[in-house]
Write a new protein. Structure first.
Length: 166
């Protein structure tokens, strides 16, 4: 996991805890770069998003290029490359959810939160994001808040849904 240039040089863009958690993932991987997605998820778990400096530090730790880590980070829509709110609200806009009324849900979410997709509420509480698929077609329209999947979402029930997220 360490290369000659990283053995003596600490990686300041990652905390000791993040580095230890990434090292634990690398230990279970056939090659250090195989742990790239998990490394990104670990940093995001601790910071809420993954900065350019963190991408560079992950690349150095895994012995790969910054471009390789950045390409993975930007490909996966669950990795946030800019700051997000305390809670991330993702509404599904796939075909199934579209047919079942995700446009009405999107409008209701925009009105409830006072932001457009891609924006964060002024208090930093919520970020609203569209997502291609949540894998809950049988419960469309669906949304996810943080790690919580919510199906059969009716716009009139949003007050109760959001009441659970301080």
């Amino acid at each position: 996991m360490t290369t000659p240039d990283t053995a003596q040089e600490p990686i300041f863009a990652l905390s000791a805890k993040e580095t230890a958690e990434i090292a634990a993932e690398v230990a279970h991987s056939p090659q250090p770069a195989s742990a790239m997605i998990e490394a990104l998820r670990i940093v995001q778990k601790h910071r809420g998003w993954v900065s350019d400096q963190s991408v560079a530090a992950i690349a150095k730790l895994l012995g790969t290029s910054t471009a390789a880590v950045d390409s993975v980070a930007t490909f996966y829509n669950l990795i946030h490359r800019k700051p997000v709110g305390r809670h991330v609200v993702m509404y599904c806009d796939s075909v199934s959810c579209y047919v079942m009324g995700c446009d009405k849900l999107r409008v209701a979410l925009e009105q409830k939160l006072g932001v457009a997709p891609g924006e964060t509420t002024p208090d930093g509480r919520f970020t609203l994001l569209p997502i291609v698929c949540l894998g809950a077609c049988d419960r469309a329209p669906a949304m996810m808040i943080d790690e919580d999947l919510i199906g059969d979402v009716a716009p009139q029930n949003l007050d109760a849904v959001f009441g659970r997220y301080p």
